[in-house]
Design a binder for this molecule. Structure first.
Ligand code: SF4
Length: 629
């Protein structure tokens, strides 16, 4: 078989044993990789209602068919597991350098089960594998553990997917880091790794993948580089990265501010892309393996005031600036970079961490939390030292940090009804930094997405509000939909683009490189799949793949007892209009329109319009009859 390694490594941490599976090509064609492959193993290998932090949960680290091809956007891997934050299945992707190294080490995926009796790390190199004692690195920050493990192995080029102290302490939104600045950030996948006493998966390889048509990669890589280097959007995106979202979102009243009660902020200038670039960076940002788009943010060395910020942990992306910055009303970039550094070294999701702090700040201002809980910190909005102090407390589970580490939803329930009104989560997972009040696509997507609120599981409103592009037409979207509409047209656009993005995630490619607006199109994507494998993949088959993955994720959640009652939004979004004086002023989500759009979304997907769950017919159509109980 071309492209793939053809091997999946199964590791039982409880017994310390291994098994190498060599699936048929038909398995790869149907489940491809990413969280479709992950959901397959989770559905087959775990019992319903399994404790996400117990030994019965499993973790799947999986690649796609093109991972490791020398072209932008092919350096990602997915972690699939049951989330300790949401109780749903979790699909958490990361870029960086780890994924291609796993392919060069000879594997397409790793399935981890059980719990080790004491801390271990997994060492995989050129087809070989072993578990090694990790007691010396347990408790260490991500950077220190990475350095020590590389030194112990004598492999300075080894790549590590590892957890920090937050994962070890089972912070429910702990992340897995690779190369210190790339994260499987969302949903607490790092806590699951911690619960298994697994500090790191270390990989190193020299096995060259056998591509069917490597020439195609060379041609596309050259074209991609030329686009990024020419004057225009892609060059600007390289220079400014995701921080460009500060302006884009603020312009439509969608920059989360003051725990989701405002969508514009007078201090936007202090945190916007150009300010970040000028103040915080002295060169272009970082990149992922082989990526010309190079969108990552750095911080320059020598930042000392008001905080000493370690450059090796990279810089905050837009999501961190939105959630730890504007949402907490912090406009000082070094403070936000410090919050980012703490999350990176302890291994913690910056989106959830910022969401928890925004919630705590609102509760503090309302008198629901006092300095008694915050260990003396004046946790009002805008207080930088409070942001940094609270994040450190939750990373260590120290004092009140122990409650914060449980996530906003569990903390709100503990504090009572008044606090519940400030809880901005769906399925217990904090929102990313895009406001449903101003982006109707996100109102729908945050509610219905199987693994909770996510900003990169479908396209957003601007894509459909003008002339429809050829790539969208190619997946069945022809009609312009008003930016502010929330009805059938929006539901259809969300459902169709969700299928496309679902396929992108299953191929484990970067959706900043392969999308409707990026250097590579969907046609380029399937051309890459064919160049890797020799298949005759099409965009139509890609859409079926995307739909299959979504239905697999849903099937898992149905097994866990989820239904449409969980596909809802916090009351604040329906009841409270935004209070800022800018573009956000007065915006909220129309509840009736939302419920109609949700029903339409279910129907477009062929699901039950009341329960929102896939029925037998849809599952059989997608070849998922084996998921029916
Ligand atoms: S576009 Fe950005 S996130 Fe995507 S692969 Fe390139 S550097 Fe990584």
């Amino acid at each position: 078989m071309k492209g793939y390694s053809g091997k999946i490594l199964h590791v039982d941490l409880g017994s310390g044993t291994f098994e190498v599976e060599q699936p048929e090509e038909a398995f790869y064609r149907k489940y491809i990789g990413g969280s479709a492959m992950g959901a397959y193993y989770l559905l087959k290998g775990t019992k319903p209602k399994v404790d996400p932090l117990g030994p019965g949960n499993i973790m799947v680290f999986s690649l796609g068919p093109i991972t490791g091809a020398p072209i932008s956007g092919n350096a990602r891997h997915c972690v699939t597991t049951k989330s300790p934050l949401s109780g749903t299945i979790m699909s958490s992707e990361a870029g960086g350098y780890w994924a291609p190294e796993l392919r060069f080490a000879g594997f397409d995926a790793i399935v981890v089960k059980g719990r080790a009796a004491s801390p271990v790390y997994l060492w995989i190199h050129d087809g070989k594998f072993e578990l090694r004692d990790a007691s010396k690195v347990w408790g260490k920050f991500t950077a220190d553990a990475e350095e020590l493990i590389r030194a112990e192995l004598g492999e300075p080029k080894a790549r590590l997917a590892l957890i920090g102290p937050a994962g070890e302490k089972l912070v429910r939104f702990a992340a897995i880091a690779n190369d210190l600045r790339h994260f499987n950030g969302r949903g607490g996948v790092g806590a699951v790794m911690g619960s298994k006493n697994l500090k790191a998966i270390t990989v190193r390889g020299t096995i060259k993948p056998d591509w069917y048509n490597p020439e195609l990669f060379r041609t596309l890589a050259k074209a991609g580089s030329e686009k990024v280097n020419a004057e225009g959007f892609y060059k600007t995106f390289r220079d400014l990265g995701t921080t460009m979202n500060v302006d884009w979102n603020s312009d439509i009243g969608g920059l989360p501010t003051r725990n989701w009660t405002m969508g514009t902020w007078e201090k936007r200038e202090d945190i916007r892309a150009e300010t970040y670039r000028a103040k915080m960076m002295d060169k272009y940002g970082g990149t992922c393996w082989a990526c010309a788009q190079s969108c990552k943010r750095d911080v320059k060395g020598g930042l000392e005031a008001p905080w000493k910020v370690e450059a090796r942990y990279g810089g905050p992306e837009y999501e961190t600036i939105g959630m730890c910055g504007s949402n907490c009303m912090i406009s000082d970039l070094p403070t936000i970079a410090k919050a980012n550094e703490i999350c990176s070294k302890y291994g913690m999701d910056t989106i959830s961490a910022g969401g928890v702090v925004g919630f705590v700040m609102e509760c503090f201002e309302k008198g629901l939390i006092t300095t008694k809980e915050t260990a003396g910190l004046d946790a009002r909005f805008g207080n930088g030292p409070a942001l940094v102090g609270l994040i450190e407390m939750m990373a260590k589970r120290e004092g009140f940090g122990d409650d914060m580490a449980e996530g906003t939803h569990r903390l709100a329930k503990k504090l009572g009804n008044a606090a519940m009104a400030c809880d901005m989560t769906v399925k217990g997972k904090e929102f990313p930094a895009h406001m449903p009040q101003s982006k109707r696509t996100m109102a729908l997507m945050y509610a219905v997405n199987p693994f909770g609120p996510d900003h990169v599981s479908s396209s957003m409103d601007g894509e459909f509000s003008g002339e429809i592009g050829e790539t969208d037409k190619g997946i069945g979207i022809y009609d312009t939909v008003d930016f502010k509409e929330l009805g059938f047209g929006k539901a259809k656009a969300v459902a169709y683009t969700q299928r496309a993005v679902s396929a992108i995630d299953t191929f484990t490619v970067c959706n900043f490189c392969f999308n409707t607006w990026t250097i590579f199109s969907f046609e380029d994507l399937v051309a890459c799949v064919n160049a890797a494998t020799g298949w005759h993949y099409t965009v139509a088959e890609m859409m079926i793949l995307g739909e299959r993955r979504i239905n697999m994720l849903k099937a898992y959640n149905v097994r866990e007892g989820f239904d449409s009652s969980d596909d809802n939004l916090p009351r604040r979004l329906f009841d409270e209009a935004l209070i800022d004086e800018g573009a956000g002023k007065g915006q909220k989500v129309d509840e009736r329109a939302f419920l109609e759009a949700r029903k339409a979304y279910y129907e477009i997907n062929g699901w039950d319009p009341v329960s929102g769950n896939p029925g037998k017919t849809k599952l059989m159509e997608l070849g998922l009859e084996w998921t029916i109980a």
